[in-house]
Ligand binder design. Structure first.
Ligand code: NAD
Length: 476
């Protein structure tokens, strides 16, 4: 029953909100202390968290987890510590003439919203729970987290550690499956951050709308790679391979498909092949190469490839050591390049989210731009090439959450750049000052001077000459 699941969470929400009201305005040193505790938790228990992430995935390099989930997140906490005083400063705003001269004042204060819900996915389970948490804390809020059921061991350890480092009225974790998630998304939070698929994002927004809870939706989509004629295809291939093979392509920003000029298709594919083989000379026993998270996710990827093959795609497996993947239950899959893809293939209809790389061909870059514009606005967009006018054409004629030029993924790792999608790839963002503002309420404060401004401005009845004069002046 949804009600049974909701009741204990509602109790924690009430407790957190009441503590928040008592502590207003959430002193900066308390916020800082919470971020420092979150950083200490990551530093002290990073190894344990990496171990459970590896167990949850079947195989996931603890060193990869250390950089993507632990160090990267702790570093983001440090960035928040460094910038939060500046972000939290009230801003003076312009006052219309002549009110400023008469002593009126206007300012915006960025105030905590209260209790923020964080719903996170399995692909970077620590980063995508603790990352938003750092900025939720920086903005002076309290948090309730519901991590993914697919990385169950990580979620349980996260809960244990949060209980050790925080009081339940500062931060609390709730584990469980989609029923718990659905009940969680119905809570009357002051803000809700959801990271996950576009399909679930729709459900979350619908549930949040019942209480008019503002949402940040960090979703997915098909992030295209534009390869210009002038690209260095060896370098580009290596960079695409890195972005597609890390975490076995289970990255929201992973390059979803390549768009290459007709004359360079083989060169582009060769670059990706070489780049992959150099980083992953073998795959099955290679600790650096992650497994697909569950059988269901694995089967979905196999089905995408089978469907493309049936419909006429050329399937190129990047299997440098010629390993036999058919007799293993490691849920590992070589990078599978799909050449000659068409629109009726699943590979071109859904987010890939794994090591499958469709390659599309264009005769003219405008064709590629039109194609992207006719589809859902992507989370990321990548351009490779040295032709600055072509690059600007691609950037200024398309829309996406963010962009990396001459590489993939990297814009998300810039702490000071807002990270988020647009349209079906999401709304709102965090990172940068934008994240602080996302989790704050921008409260307008106007202070009236002693003089009777209403009378002076013609607002005060009985309306007459003063009002007419004011209207005339304004409409001049
Ligand atoms: P998902 O949408 O299946 O699940 C995400 C979370 O939603 C989980 O905690 C889950 O328990 C919860 N959930 C499930 N059903 C729910 C419901 N009915 N109501 C409310 N919550 C529910 O996503 P996933 O498979 O865990 O992650 C993969 C997707 O996430 C991909 O589409 C990927 O692109 C996207 N993603 C986006 C970002 C980003 O920052 N934009 C980052 C990582 C992943």
């Amino acid at each position: 029953m949804v009600e049974d699941r909701r009741a204990p969470m509602e109790a924690v929400l009430r407790k957190q909100r009441s503590a928040h009201h008592q502590m207003r305005p959430e002193p900066m040193n308390l916020r800082r202390d919470r971020i420092e505790r979150a950083i200490t938790l990551l530093k002290k228990h990073g190894d344990d968290l990496c171990k459970v992430m590896a167990a949850d995935f079947g195989n996931r390099s603890p060193l990869q987890s250390m950089i993507t989930d632990i160090a990267g997140t702790a570093n983001f906490g440090k960035y928040c510590l460094k910038n939060m005083d500046k972000w939290a400063r009230a801003e003076k705003r312009h006052i219309q003439f002549p009110l400023g001269l008469l002593g009126a004042k206007a300012e915006v204060r960025y105030e905590p919203k209260g209790v923020v819900g964080i719903l996170s996915p399995w692909n970077f389970p620590v980063n995508l729970s603790f990352g938003p948490l750092m900025q939720v804390f920086a903005a002076g809020n309290r948090a309730m987290i519901k991590p993914s059921e697919f990385t169950e061991k990580t979620s349980l350890l996260t809960k244990e550690l949060i209980e050790e480092y925080f009081t339940p009225d500062e931060c609390a974790v709730f584990t469980g499956g989609p029923e718990v998630a659905a009940a969680f998304s119905e809570l009357a939070f002051d803000h809700l951050v959801f990271t996950g698929s576009t399909a679930t994002g729709r459900k979350v927004m619908e549930a949040a709308s019942k209480n008019l809870v503002p949402v940040t939706l960090e979703l997915g989509g098909k992030s295209p790679v534009f390869m210009g004629e002038s690209a260095d295809f060896a370098k580009a291939g290596e960079r695409v391979a890195l972005g597609k093979m890390m975490n076995a392509g289970q990255i929201c920003l992973a390059p979803d498909y390549l768009y290459v000029p007709e004359s360079k298709v083989d060169e582009a594919i060769h670059g990706v092949w070489e780049g992959t083989a150099a980083m992953y000379p073998s795959l099955l026993d290679n600790e650096d190469y992650a497994s697909i998270v569950t059988d269901r996710h694995f089967d979905r990827l196999q089905a995408i490839v089978a469907d493309a093959r049936d419909k006429g795609a050329e399937v190129i497996e990047v299997n440098p050591a010629n390993e036999d993947f058919s007799n293993t239950n490691a849920r590992k899959m070589p990078l599978t390049i799909l050449k000659n893809v068409s629109e009726d293939m699943k590979a071109m209809q859904e987010e890939i989210f794994g090591p499958v790389l469709p390659v599309k061909i264009y005769a003219d870059i405008d064709e590629a731009i039109d194609y992207v514009n006719q589809h859902d606005r992507p989370l990321g967009l990548y351009y490779f090439g040295q032709d600055s006018s072509e690059r600007e054409k691609v950037l200024s004629k398309t829309i996406s959450g963010g962009v990396t030029v001459n590489d993939v993924l990297f814009h998300v790792s810039m702490d000071d750049l807002p990270f988020g999608g647009v349209g079906p790839s999401g709304m709102g963002s965090y990172h940068g000052v934008e994240g602080f503002r996302e989790f704050s309420h921008a409260r307008s404060i106007y202070t009236q001077p002693k003089i009777d401004v209403a009378k002076l401005g013609g607002f005060k009845p009985p309306y007459g000459a003063a009002t007419e004069k004011a209207v005339k002046t304004i409409m001049k």
